[in-house]
Ligand binder design. Sequence first.
Ligand code: IPM
Ligand code: MG
Length: 362
Amino acid sequence: MTNQYSITLLPGDGIGPEIMDVTVKVLETVGKQCDIKFNFQTALIGGAAIDAKGVPLPPETVETCLKSDSVLLAAIGGYKWDNLPRELRPETGLLGIRAALGLFANLRPATILPQLIDASSLKKEVVEGVDIMVVRELTGGIYFGQPKGIFTSETGEQRGVNTMAYTVSEIDRIARVAFETAQKRQKRLCSVDKANVLDVSQLWRDRLIKMSEEYPDVELTHMYVDNAAMQLVRNPKQFDTIVTGNLFGDILSDAAAMLTGSIGMLPSASLGANRPGLFEPVHGSAPDIAGQDKANPLAQVLSAAMMLRYGLNEPEAATKIEEAVLKVLDLGYRTGDIMSEGAKAVGCQEMGKVLLEVLEGN
Ligand code: IPM
Ligand code: MG
């Protein structure tokens, strides 16, 4: 029987449309091989939506996403929209779709591929074998807490306010995802907080400890965020699964990504409860190389693999894509961002072409 899925594509800005093109072809090819039919529809987000509709997240985009089985996003943003007021900026569209889909769990893997070990700025012995999964809370914490805003006091002085807040249920649901993620990995979960200073972190830590009773097979440790930043660059191999709040996760996942030296290779998944998940590369829209056929499409392609694995429960198709990506690297094909001596330099489309050849040869 053919499994059918409705997928909303959000190509967004910059290199987004180019890498999305490659990814759609990969999905169609793997779909044929695994008896999966994808029905794609494309919607506007970010700068593209600002230009066409005047807002970064038009209501019809939210509607289309909510009606689909999964959402595949490329990237948003660019110089052109950098000076708009906050509510009209492309980033606001991204935060809006996360909130609208209730995507509270953000999974950001940082895996060192042996083929690309020289791309890391750290010593080979430090990064070899690194395989970290950052589970970042995505719809709470200081990004969304109330009160927020810039207020003027009676004396006329302005005061900027954001609030870091987590309720027990917000902590518990992300903790559950983290414990279950760790269970499928090396069963080591490190919770990162700032419990030596912040009350919200103390509650976070208490709840994690409480929930660990339900997961006796997972080893739970705790680390303060400043130390975690240091340990990530000092000895990243000590980490398996990391769980943390929205802001700490934003920062630490960038550091973890950079351990690999190839942010153009990293996918991510954002999951909610009973709503379509959203899958996107960790990198941005790279406006400086947009439209020049230079972009690395592999993080987008691997995001589609995460969609198959975590969003649609099609692990076989996911594995096919992941294996094809590794094979293409083994064959020596590299886009500019991961270029090394002796490798075969290709552009975005050419990378897509070899990927399809490898898939069809499998
Ligand atoms: C990310 C980005 C976003 C965030 C921005 C673009 C709003 O940095 O996905 O990590 O801070 O969450
Ligand atoms: Mg970020």
